[in-house]
Design a protein around this ligand. Structure first.
Ligand code: ADP
Ligand code: MG
Length: 285
């Protein structure tokens, strides 16, 4: 039987809920921490899963991914994760005609225009996950500029977006795709307008619930994935992909495309863990 590693991090105290569900559906898989010395070549396939502590060590993480891909198969493929770990991909997808949250990127050494800091906005790192480093600023350009400066001091590019208010009532919709096809959806409650807690130390606590996706949401997610596959040939029919959408008066817009190590909310929909296991097994055919 093929040997499969689900890449996680030693920083997690408990086994991630998705990883537990996937291990039950895919008994030939086992967990392996990315930052622990491991004989990766002994696996037929390494699947990136809960490696969430890499954000402050991105170069090390990408180097590790390259080294694994050199000795066995890694999914999603390295060119895809290299592209996907920097939210500047949002600008490329917007240029490709996909509806995207209006996004302004400000690199260290650059100054945002004053009007970009007014109003109710989100300032977050272009490279980030688990809401780390994200802040909601409400009509406070001084605090917004300070948050940009804080990210710049850490060598990070800042991403400035309008705060899309409907997240407070409708939440964010995550559309999980497995083996290239839509599988299921989940709703994530608003995070930045709530008191945030990082009790696990790795990511913000999130309120997740099962959801159905509308035809409009499914269509936008499809357009996002199709546009991505045009930009990156390696991104066609990915084993896993999550498209995170925010609601607006003009329909759903892309907040984030998660192709690296997304939670797949496998316990939120019947059969999801089995579909994930099948998508992974298909890679070994
Ligand atoms: N423009 C925005 N409008 C409303 N909420 C936002 C916006 N940007 C981020 N958020 C909130 O912050 C959370 C984290 O932002 P996100 O862009 O998903 O980054 P990541 O998940 O990579 O840290 C989202 O789940 C959402 O609740
Ligand atoms: Mg997110």
């Amino acid at each position: 039987m093929a040997r499969i590693a689900l890449a996680t991090t030693a920083a997690l105290i408990d086994v991630d809920v998705d990883d537990a569900a996937l291990l039950a559906a895919l008994p030939e898989a086992e967990l392996a921490a990315w930052e622990t010395p491991t004989d990766w070549a002994a696996y037929d396939l390494v699947v990136l899963r809960s490696t969430w502590n890499y954000i402050d060590r991105l170069d090390e993480f990408l180097g590790w991914a390259e080294s694994v891909a050199a000795v066995t198969r890694l999914v999603n493929p390295v060119p895809v994760i290299r592209w996907n770990t920097d939210k500047r991909y949002l600008a490329q997808l917007e240029a490709a005609g996909v509806p995207v949250v209006p996004s302004l990127f400000v690199a260290p050494g650059e100054q945002p225009p004053d009007d970009a800091l007014a109003g109710r906005i989100v300032v977050k790192p272009a490279v980030g996950n688990g809401s780390n480093g994200a802040a909601l600023l409400d009509g406070d350009p001084t605090a917004a500029a300070a948050h940009v400066a804080m990210l710049h001091a850490a060598g990070r590019t800042a991403l400035i977006q309008p705060y899309l208010e409907q997240v407070d009532t409708l939440g964010e919709k995550a559309l999980v795709h497995l083996g290239g096809s839509f599988s299921h959806a989940a709703t994530k409650g608003a995070i930045l307008s709530k008191e945030m807690s990082f009790s696990t130390g790795v990511y913000a606590d999130e309120e997740i619930s099962p959801a159905t996706a509308s035809d409009a949401e499914i269509a936008v997610a499809r357009a996002v994935l199709d546009a991505t596959a045009v930009l990156l040939p390696d991104a066609a029919d990915l084993a896993y992909a999550r498209v995170d959408l925010l609601p607006t008066d003009d329909g759903p817009v892309l907040l984030e495309l998660e192709l690296t190590e997304p939670s797949l909310f496998l316990t939120q929909a019947d059969g999801a863990a089995d579909r994930a296991a099948a998508a992974i097994r298909d890679l070994l055919r």
